[in-house]
Design a protein around this ligand. Structure first.
Ligand code: C2E
Ligand code: CA
Ligand code: CA
Length: 841
């Protein structure tokens, strides 16, 4: 720009120097450099701007003094008049400074020099003759036509855009006004010599011309605004589908284009439906800032108060010099004020925002807010879709991934492991099942249960770097991505179990929840579901391990066939009476006197040998023979009790029953029938029920339990302390005895000081009027300790191992000939067992 300015200035000066000896073609006394300078100044002030989107056309009367200057002044006088006149107008009225001013002056100087050169080159003899008119016209039109593109070029150089159409349009309009202005100038000179009064007519015509031009400019401006608005609104409508950022970008870009400004800003007020608690300012580069209410420019404040305003000058708000005007309009939607849209720094320093501009801007804003609102809606919708998707893949309570998402995580993990060629170290899947969780829900309420689940989820996530999922209910899954070996994974599992076991504060109290963990290795070629299924399998087995952790090992072919074989053989074995019932004595803790026995099932399979009782129970449950099994044991135990009674020894017998039995409303009738077959009173029989089993569905069990209690049968809570101990329910159950679980008694052996659980159970039991039994007593020392702690009855290897009835004779001190059941009694039992098959297959 400076180079161009300098070039133009040098050319202007060169021409003046070259033509310095020339005289003025005409001589008029009023024509001095300063009268013409004044005319130049006036013509520069009364300029009609026709704003366009990227450029502005200006009409002026400048060619009138130009023509005068050519005809009435010497070249140097003329140049001085141009520079001084326009310079003063630009400097003091238009307030141009710096490069812009320098360029404009050089530009006008160049135009003047060009006009002088052309006019002199044409060598006119008679300035006011026809050839003289034509020479002036030609010089002025060509000079101004040559000057106009220079302005466009300068605009292009300053980076404000350039359009060929605009240049062409400028050229044509300029030439027309140049011809008109020149004609007026020559006409006035002619009239001034012949009929000076007629100059008034010329002044009238010139004034009208100016007014017409200005009106036309106004019309053109309005037309171009409408056109722009039309285009911009179309643009906005198209942007309607876009997201908020995109829409904001479009709105800001179009606002700039429409108002012809360099800057546009979107002020968004905070509001209930807004994204954040603070307002934001977004500018057209999408730079976003917190809205600082204390430092808002006045026009923005006005707009945010709901009023549209335009300013002519906003020097403090706009950074760069030359920022002269701004418009701000509020964004209203549905009677709610969203914020404001602001445009500032017009491309043309001379441009002013009038009321028409402001109205147009408000119209635009009204459209913009709809676009933004729609975008916000689509944004919200999209957010909702994302949230739904999240919901579908996550557990609502804990926010953890759910089963489905966990499978995806597993798949991704396996893909990642493959990619890193670490298929061997594929990690492990850990499945965790909480114990007796339903009881917490039932005893303390679902809110408490939920709290506990959330806390457990939190602990697992905190203690584990890998993903944690809740598979539903009381099951969690954890991916141990780094565990390379089984023992490593198992120790991690034990660690996680210990985190779960820490007391959890819920509902004003605290609960201790234990869990079992099943592990399965993630290998290269299985899918996630298989690993989960294996972990699930392992988890079931983990229930019978000491630490509650088990890793899945593929069941050997033999194990599977064995299990199937046993399931198939159980029913015929019951039929044939191949299952035996052994008895384990229970003794008075202080005196050691044996008052009762517990009946325990024994099955020696011809091929596989002894089958563990819990396994028999599981097989019976799975093959629908549980009731039959219970009846079988019950019949044998009662018959044995009868036999002992007949031998002169009244021994109590305890029989284990499963939860399954307690759900069967016909069970009490069977018990009554079996009791009726003998002569022993109902009090001889005690039924051992597991704590967890009853608590799982107390209401359902309660009716059966009440009926059994009404028969006079004793009820005992077995394995007390392993489940979730709901003291409230213990009080409500019609039980007579609690059996402290073997694990606590075993612990007493290892840690003699650790008596808290036993002591409190004893106290609790006694407070409820219950007999307290301790099982698993393996030494005299432990028996003594238990006696001191207040236990009533002890049971365990120290007192006696489970054994067939006849082997207990010595222990029970029964006359030898009455020690066991008579042959026919055994046959009766078997017959009874067969009869009871009506319930099963
Ligand atoms: P339980 O009711 O807790 O029975 C006590 C178990 O502890 C018996 O195991 C017994 O042999 C064992 N035991 C007794 N004293 C000691 C000791 O001092 N140290 C150790 N380490 N163990 C001792 P068993 O006979 O293998 O029975 C296991 C479980 O199977 C029983 O646990 C019971 O829940 C179930 N069960 C056994 N027979 C029946 C039955 O006829 N019906 C039902 N429904 N379940 C039965
Ligand atoms: Ca038992
Ligand atoms: Ca037990």
């Amino acid at each position: 720009m400076w180079a161009l300015t300098a070039l133009l200035a040098v050319l202007a000066v060169a021409v003046v120097v070259a033509e310095r000896d020339q005289v003025a073609p005409l001589d008029r006394p009023w024509a001095t450099w300063w009268t013409l300078a004044a005319m130049f100044a006036i013509s520069e002030v009364f300029v009609v701007h026709v704003p366009r989107v990227t450029s502005a056309l200006s009409h002026s009367l400048r060619e009138i003094p130009t023509a005068f200057g050519l005809l009435l002044l010497t070249p140097s006088q003329y140049m001085i008049a141009v520079i001084v006149g326009t310079g003063a107008a630009l400097l003091f009225v238009v307030r141009q400074r710096g490069m812009k001013l320098a360029f404009n002056l050089a530009h006008f100087g160049f135009e003047a020099a060009l006009a002088i050169t052309i006019y002199r080159a044409l060598g006119v003899d008679e300035p006011l003759g026809l050839p003289g008119w034509l020479a002036v016209l030609f010089a002025v039109v060509v000079a101004s036509a040559a000057g106009a593109p220079l302005t466009d070029f300068a605009i292009f150089l300053t980076g404000d855009g350039f359009s060929r159409a605009a240049v062409l349009r400028g050229l044509v309009t300029n030439s027309f006004s140049a011809v008109a202005n020149c004609s007026v100038a020559i006409l006035s000179l002619l009239l001034a010599t012949r009929q000076p009064v007629a100059l008034v007519l010329v002044a009238v015509v010139a004034g009208l011309l100016f007014l017409v031009l200005r009106a036309n400019a106004g019309l053109a401006a309005r037309y171009s605004r409408l056109e722009a608005l039309y285009r911009v609104v179309g643009e906005l409508t198209r942007a309607g589908e876009a997201d908020l950022t995109h829409s904001a970008q479009t709105v800001l870009r179009e606002a700039k284009l429409l108002a012809g400004t360099r800057r546009a800003e979107l002020y968004v007020l905070p509001g209930p439906a807004r994204s954040g608690p603070h307002g934001t300012v977004i500018d057209d580069t999408l730079h976003t800032e917190r809205l600082d209410a204390a430092r808002l420019p006045e026009h923005v404040r006005e707009a945010l108060a709901g009023r549209a305003v335009s300013t002519t000058q906003s020097p403090s708000a706009a950074g760069p010099a030359g920022a002269t005007a701004a418009m701000a309009a509020p964004l209203w939607h549905d009677g709610e004020l969203w914020g404001a849209l602001v445009v500032a720094e017009p491309l043309f320093a001379t441009a002013r925002f009038d009321s028409e501009d402001l109205r147009m801007f408000e119209t635009f804003t009204a459209h913009a807010v709809v676009t933004l609102h729609n975008a916000r809606l689509t944004d919200d919708l999209r957010g909702e879709v994302a949230a739904r998707d999240h919901e579908a893949r996550h557990d609502a309570l804990t926010g953890l991934p759910n089963w489905r998402e966990f499978l995806t995580i597993l798949a991704r993990h396996r893909a990642g492991a493959d990619a890193h060629a670490t298929a061997s170290a594929g990690g492990a899947v850990l499945l965790l099942a909480l114990h007796d969780f339903r009881e917490i829900n039932e005893a303390l309420g679902h809110r408490a249960g939920d709290q506990a689940l959330i806390e457990i989820g939190r602990r697992l996530r905190q203690a584990n770097s890998g993903p944690v999922a809740r598979l539903g209910g009381d099951q969690f899954a954890v991916l141990l991505p780094e565990s390379a070996t089984t023992s490593e994974a198992e120790s991690r599992a034990r660690e996680l179990l210990s985190h779960i076991r820490r007391p959890i504060p819920v509902a004003g109290t605290s609960v201790v929840i234990s869990a079992t963990a099943g592990l399965a290795r993630v290998t290269g070629n299985d899918n996630g579901e298989e690993a989960l299924a294996q972990a699930d399998n392992a988890m079931w087995q983990a229930r019978s391990t000491a630490d509650g952790v088990h890793t899945y090992v593929a069941e050997p072919e033999g194990d599977l066939t064995r299990r199937l074989r046993l399931a198939v053989d159980l029913a015929p074995a019951l039929d044939a009476g191949e299952l035996e019932v052994w008895y384990q004595p229970k003794a008075d803790a202080r005196t050691g006197a044996i008052g009762s026995v517990e009946a325990l099932l024994r099955w020696k399979h011809p091929t596989y040998g002894f089958v563990a009782p819990p396994k028999i129970v599981m097989l019976a449950e799975r093959t629908g023979q549980m009731r039959r099994l219970t009846d079988y044991v019950l019949a044998a135990a009662l018959a044995q009790a009868n036999a002992w009674a007949q031998g002169g020894r009244c021994l109590g017998v305890a029989v284990n029953i499963s939860t399954h039995d307690l759900h069967d409303t016909t069970f009490p009738a069977t018990v009554r029938r079996l009791l009726a077959q003998g002569t022993t009173p109902a009090e001889v029989l005690t039924l051992e029920i597991t704590e967890g089993g009853v608590m799982r569905d107390p209401e359902r069990c309660l009716a059966v339990l009440d009926e059994l209690a009404a028969l006079g049968v004793g009820l005992s809570v077995d394995d007390f302390g392993t489940g979730y101990s709901s003291l409230a329910y213990l009080d409500r159950l019609p039980v007579h005895e609690v059996k402290i679980d073997r694990s606590f008694v075993t612990r007493l052996e290892a840690h003699p000081q650790d008596t808290t659980v036993i002591k409190s159970t004893v106290d609790l039991g006694h407070a409820l009027g219950l007999r307290v039994v301790a099982e698993g007593v393996e030494s005299a020392d432990v028996q003594q300790r238990l006696a001191r702690l207040g236990c009533d009855v002890v049971q365990g290897y120290h007192i006696g191992r489970p054994a067939p009835a006849q082997d207990l004779a010595d222990l029970l001190d029964i006359p030898a000939d009455r020690r066991t059941l008579a042959e026919e009694q055994v046959a009766d039992i078997h017959a009874l067992a067969r009869r009871s098959t009506v319930w099963t297959t």
